[in-house]
Ligand binder design. Structure first.
Ligand code: BG6
Length: 484
């Protein structure tokens, strides 16, 4: 089969500001929920549980700490100062698009300021201008695991309804300032993730969640749905022609066996995963989810007009991250393995990364077909990649054939899905340059085509160098996927 991608297919890469920018306390930036997340070398990076680590006392101590060694997101890879050099490398690979996020705390350090911080506003003007000058289209996530820490302390993050208004002030600034550069926007990164890491996704602190973290998560999520609808409405009014998307962690799950109970447990998992984008695409809560919440005694507080607003302001395209798949079983003995902040049952047909994530290229085709059939909206794969340790040879070269193999296999399945009839706008690989890992706050889990000389403790020259995969991806883009 000859692989074919549409002639206007948007090849590129994706970054999150909090994982790459650094400059955590420069030019008026405020403390964010990411600046207090520590790298814990002694903790098994495969089995991280955020919840047990988040305490008020711990957060306050971290906020008072000025060292950056154990808070790697404070220094990132210094993209804040080196973005020109990095964009040159993306241009060399032929990127058509680069997904970035805008840090709320750079524009509104505590969230409460009446006017935005001008130095923060100017930084993103410089960044988008530099992208445009290189022919790279910016794609923007408004909320990528980052919010003012002060809002976590004052109102338990997104649990407080007041956060919606503060976030809309930030969105308005973004659309007014950057609408002229950006066509593709998205609201919340991995909108489904609040239950898996409440503090990272929504600034939720267990001790402040008097009715329990579960209830807090659903309340926060409802506020994020309302904010998503308001943001879509505002974008469409302020920037004609711009598109608002939603973003899901696609956690495709297969039954471990064909035993019907395994299939039923799998169906539950998949329906739960899709329910978040269901709200943003169809404009309503799935009835089965509402029933489930009722059974669990979770009452979401809604204001009059919320549901109408959500119904009337749905998204224009659907984007998702895809790294791995998993299986489900009702058997307590089924062996489990981690993968993107979830635990699933090990699939004997798949290989796993060093972090336990099960590589499944066919699962990408499966997910694309499933999502397109369900939503009938254009899709965008905005994250995909392999976290691995790389070895630098004596001559400085890095032979990452494992990464090339991962991408090649996924691209083949992506092309097959397009051939099946899926409308796919583009693909942005995760972390095209090595950045700090979201879940482990570590540097040694690398995704990039570009190597960054820095270790888990922030030591290194920060020099950038091209891995073998750099030349390979350049060729893929140059030939629009014909040569892999
Ligand atoms: C996605 C997140 O879930 O996974 C990214 O949106 C993250 O922010 C990526 O970096 C990979 O996860 P990790 O933990 O390996 O960095």
């Amino acid at each position: 089969m000859k692989l074919k991608f549409p002639s206007n297919f948007l090849w590129g890469g994706a970054l999150a500001a909090n994982q790459c920018e650094g400059a955590w306390n420069e030019d008026g930036k405020g403390l964010s929920v990411q600046d207090v997340q520590a790298f814990k070398p002694k903790v098994d990076q495969k089995n991280l549980k955020e919840n047990t680590a988040v305490t008020l006392e711990g957060l306050k101590a971290a906020a008072a700490e000025t060292d950056t060694t154990y808070y790697p997101k404070r220094h990132g890879i210094d993209f804040y100062h080196r973005y020109e050099e990095d964009l040159d490398l993306f241009k060399e690979m032929g990127f058509k698009i680069l997904r970035v996020s805008i840090q709320w705390t750079r524009l509104y350090p505590t969230g409460h300021e009446a006017e935005p911080n001008l130095k923060g506003v100017e930084f993103y003007h410089r960044l988008f201008t530099a992208m445009k000058a290189r022919g790279i289209e910016p794609m923007v996530t408004l909320h990528h695991y980052e919010m003012p820490l002060s809002l976590a302390f004052s109102g338990n993050g997104w649990v407080s309804r007041d956060v919606i208004g503060l976030f809309m002030k930030f969105c308005e600034t973004c659309f007014r300032e950057y609408g002229k550069y950006v066509k593709y926007w998205m609201g919340f990164n991995e909108i489904d993730s609040c239950g898996r890491h409440p503090f990272t996704s929504a600034g939720i602190i267990p001790e402040l969640s008097t009715e329990g973290v579960d209830k807090a998560c659903y309340q926060a999520l409802h506020h994020q749905f309302v904010a998503s609808a308001l943001a879509a409405k505002m974008l469409h009014e302020m920037v004609p022609g711009a598109l608002m998307g939603c973003m899901l962690t696609k956690l495709t799950c297969y039954p471990y066996t064909c035993e019907p109970m395994d299939a039923l447990a799998t169906q539950k998992r998949n329906l739960e995963n899709l329910s978040y984008t269901d709200v943003l695409v169809f404009g309503e809560y799935p009835k089965l989810i509402l029933r489930d919440l009722e059974k669990r005694d979770i009452n979401i507080k809604m204001e009059e007009g919320d549901l109408k607003l959500i119904k009337e302001n749905t998204v224009d395209y659907v984007s998702f991250s895809y790294y791995m798949s998993m299986t489900e079983s009702v058997s307590p003995d089924a062996p489990r393995t981690p993968g993107n902040t979830v635990l699933g049952v090990k699939n004997p047909y798949l290989k796993s990364s060093e972090w336990g994530w099960q590589t499944d290229p066919v699962g990408l085709r499966f997910s694309l077909i499933e999502m397109y059939d369900r939503y009938k909206k254009p899709l965008f794969v905005v994250e995909n990649g392999l976290g691995a340790r790389d070895r630098v040879e004596e001559d400085g070269s890095i032979h990452d054939d494992y990464r090339i193999e991962y991408f090649r296999n996924h691209f083949v399945e992506m092309a097959k899905a397009i051939d099946d009839g899926v409308e796919l706008l583009g693909y942005t690989s995760w972390g095209p340059i090595d950045i700090i890992s979201a879940s482990g706050n570590q540097m040694s889990k690398r995704y990039g085509f570009i190597y960054v000389d820095q270790d888990d403790y922030g030591k290194g020259t920060l020099a950038r160098s091209r891995k073998d995969s750099f030349y390979w991806y350049k060729k893929v883009i140059e030939t629009n996927g014909e040569e892999m």
